[in-house]
Ligand binder design. Structure first.
Ligand code: DC
Length: 205
């Protein structure tokens, strides 16, 4: 049991996953991609024909949900690592992420995960610095220009990235925002190693 946390938030394509994974590797900590959890629930709901605008149905999905995120993403025993990155999931995940019952269930799992890691966890998402771990040792908000973020997303268009950011930043429950005590890093022209250095330096301050 440890519970040390580096929390990283930011819009789509800001480099959160690459940075969080590399920071975790450098420190020998665990890494948690919380976006993959929202994606897994979205895929599961779509696959079960659940109406994504119906909060009651989504709440039923949230109850008893088992998600395992390691190198693979597994939901209720099914490996959905590839399925959670499709354009359909890209376009629907923000509406599932706006459902409070889903957020409650996933936030609880995120806190349990971090409490169980031997050395610490680098957690990335949209509400990690503001809601999930507001007392994290290090809190970072990564951003980059829309053009750069769309480029990093590869097969996702700038319009799709921008639409998701707008939905994530304007929802009522835990919107993407810059919280208190957060270090903002604009990574538009920064190589990955430099971003990793800066995040690790925050831990040593
Ligand atoms: O990081 P990503 O693009 O894989 O995240 C997918 C979606 O999940 C994103 O549109 C917003 C949502 N999300 C969230 O609401 N809260 C988080 N902590 C992580 C992701």
């Amino acid at each position: 049991m440890n519970g040390r946390v580096i929390a990283i938030d930011g819009p789509a394509g800001a480099g959160k996953s690459s940075v969080a994974r590399a920071v975790a590797e450098r420190l020998g900590w665990s890494f948690l991609d919380t976006g993959a959890m929202y994606r897994a629930v979205t895929f599961f709901a779509l696959d079960h024909g659940i109406d994504l605008s119906d909060d009651e149905s989504l709440e039923k999905v949230a109850v008893g949900l088992s998600i395992s995120i390691t190198e693979r993403v597994v939901i209720n025993g099914r490996d959905v690592t590839a399925e959670i990155r499709t354009p359909e999931v890209n376009s629907k995940v923000s509406s599932v992420a706006a459902c409070s019952a889903i957020r409650r269930a996933l936030v609880e799992q995120q806190r349990i995960f971090a409490s169980e890691q031997a050395h610490g966890t680098v957690v990335e998402g949209r509400d990690i610095t503001t809601v999930v771990f507001p007392d994290a040792e290090v809190k970072v908000f990564l951003t980059a220009s829309l053009e750069e973020r769309a480029k990093r997303r590869g097969d996702e268009s700038a319009a799709s990235v921008a639409a998701r950011d707008e939905a994530d930043a304007s929802r009522v429950d835990s919107p993407l925002s810059v919280g208190e005590g957060v270090t903002i890093l604009d990574t538009t022209n920064m190589p990955l190693d430099q971003v990793v250095d800066e995040v690790v330096a925050c831990l040593r301050k």
